[in-house]
Design a protein around this ligand. Structure first.
Ligand code: NCD
Length: 318
């Protein structure tokens, strides 16, 4: 694996490989000093053209726990403000000697474009409405922790699917691992075409909740909506929000997930987000170990040795 651009780059085997490696890095993360020298001498740079809290910090924590050096780039205080092109900015950063660039951009396809211009590894940390593969990997890992396997599990992805790169990657990853995915949204918040998406579609959240194993709530992406796609937020919440009453429809074992940041009181009630069935914080903490696994797979000297030998090697030196 040279880059991580899409969940499709990994397929089922690749996802399983990341999961297995993540187990070892969860162990590292739980140590008193959660640091190993696996990527000493490597440099990872962030190229974030969009705001982010958890994804950027999580990648940064992951790189540091692997002892990589990091270079931070924030568009707001860079030459992008002077009109520098994406290509020039990316090539300038690469010229300083980086081994990987983690990119987030408002336009779909930018990470692919970067691979044509750069020699270093490129990791997609979110491109437009398209994909966000490491979010899907941490979601799979969190589900695997709770259910063992995703095979045959029913997962409802609810809300603003149209603008959600998380949904784009989650659908691919969950389906690759054998889950049955149902998108629940008003027609205006679904992508124009669902051709090739391995999903069912429903507009009746109450009916879906009674039989689902997971209610995966998406953020209402208000900043990406330039037209009125729902009559009002109150109406959206009434039909598609995971309210306290509605959460009672879920089977006892069902989990509630959300990629963050949450709009409390819109797509999810604060009480539900804090309830015992919510694994939202686990998603965040698993994110660091999953991103360690991804960076290690891309940059680790262990390649192409079998991955199972890596943790021991890491443990000896750690
Ligand atoms: C998401 C994103 O930015 O794609 N957040 C995240 O990375 N956890 C989802 C969102 O913004 O709604």
């Amino acid at each position: 694996m040279r880059h991580l651009l899409s969940i499709d780059d990994l397929g089922r085997d690749g996802i399983e490989e990341v999961m297995a490696l993540t187990d070892s890095f969860v162990e590292v993360s739980n140590r008193p000093i959660p640091k190993v020298p696996a990527l000493r001498g490597k440099t990872v740079a962030w190229l974030f053209y969009e705001d982010s809290t958890r994804t950027r910090l999580s990648f940064e924590a992951a790189a540091r726990r692997l002892s990589a050096d990091t270079m931070n780039f924030s568009v707001g205080s860079s030459s992008v403000k002077k009109g520098e092109s994406l290509r020039d900015t990316a090539q300038t950063i690469q010229a300083m000697g980086v081994d990987a660039i983690v990119v987030r951009h408002g336009s779909a396809g930018v990470p692919w474009q970067l691979t044509r211009w750069l020699d270093c590894a490129v990791v997609n940390a979110g491109d437009g409405w398209h994909e966000h593969p490491t979010q899907a990997l941490l979601d799979c890992y969190t589900l695997r922790e709770h259910f063992g396997s995703l095979e045959g599990r029913r997962i409802a992805i609810v809300g603003d699917v149209k603008h959600s790169r998380v949904a784009g990657s989650d659908v691919r990853a969950f389906a690759a691992l054998g889950a049955e995915v149902t998108l629940v949204a008003p027609p205006t918040l679904l992508p124009a075409s669902l051709e090739g998406w391995p999903v069912q579609v429903s507009h009746d959240l109450d009916a879906v909740l009674t039989t689902t194993d997971v209610a995966y709530m998406l953020r209402m992406q208000l900043e990406r909506q330039d037209e009125a796609l729902v009559p009002s937020l109150r109406e959206f919440t009434a039909c598609f929000g995971l309210t306290v009453d509605r959460a009672r429809l879920l089977p006892d074992h069902a989990l509630v997930m959300h990629p963050g940041p949450m709009n409390r009181g819109i797509e999810i009630a604060a009480e539900v987000a804090e309830s015992t069935r919510s694994v939202i914080r686990q998603q965040v903490s698993n994110g660091v170990a999953v991103r360690m696994a991804v960076l290690f797979l891309l940059l680790g000297s262990g390649r192409p040795e079998p991955i199972v030998t890596v943790p021991e090697e890491v443990a000896v030196h750690g």
